[in-house]
Design a protein around this ligand. Structure first.
Ligand SMILES: CC(C)(COP(=O)(O)OP(=O)(O)OC[C@H]1O[C@@H](n2cnc3c(N)ncnc32)[C@H](O)[C@@H]1OP(=O)(O)O)[C@@H](O)C(=O)NCCC(=O)NCCS
Length: 158
């Protein structure tokens, strides 16, 4: 699937087109959740995801999002970003919309963790979970010990 947003921006779910070095540079260097993630790990997150969507400007990777799913009921969204220079013009919403409202995972039950972009996801129907259900998590085995303790500011190794 390719979807043109205007004549210079394009969404594409072809995993072979993902610029792994660009995604790694953002996730490991700039994201608040994946600092230090190795290139090998980023490659595995891409190859192991059910669907990835890249955002391209004149062919260059400027955004990314991915989903892990059973393809039947449930999908989890992760590693959503738009490069700083391209933010604030609706591209993040279109990137997320492509995952949740188009393609093979459209309409499933979606989950995500986010520190501060709730307003973006709210535009696409996401709501905070009911407070009578606890969110329970089990950290990755290689997550640093502090990541389990420091509250909402990390994804606990996701
Ligand atoms: C979050 C992010 C992907 C948004 O991309 P974007 O292209 O700027 O998003 P949009 O222009 O489509 O924003 C649409 C709406 O989302 C909301 N929004 C966007 N970024 C937000 C943020 N960081 N915090 C709160 N609300 C945000 C705004 O309400 C905005 O609506 P408005 O234009 O009516 O004000 C981008 O800021 C980013 O990559 N941030 C760093 C990585 C990150 O935090 N990723 C999310 C992890 S879950």
């Amino acid at each position: 699937m390719r979807r043109t947003l205007d004549d210079r921006f394009e969404l594409d779910d072809d995993p072979a087109r993902i610029d792994v070095l660009a995604v790694h540079a953002f996730i490991s260097g700039e994201s608040y959740w994946g600092k230090g993630r190795t290139l090998e790990l980023v490659e595995r997150t891409i190859s192991g995801s059910t669907r990835v969507v890249g955002l391209y400007h004149d062919g260059a990777q400027v955004g990314f999002a991915r989903a892990v799913s059973d393809r039947a009921m449930l999908a989890y969204m992760a590693d959503v970003y738009v490069l700083d220079a391209y933010r604030g013009r609706g591209l993040g919403v279109e990137l997320v919309r492509e995952l949740v409202d188009a393609g093979p995972l459209a309409g499933l039950f979606w989950m995500l963790h986010t520190r501060d972009a709730q307003a973006l996801y709210a535009k696409l129907g996401f709501r905070a979970g009911p407070i009578n259900y606890a969110v329970m998590e089990r950290a990755r085995k290689d997550a640093p010990p502090t990541s389990v303790e420091d509250g909402a500011h990390r994804h606990r190794g996701l």
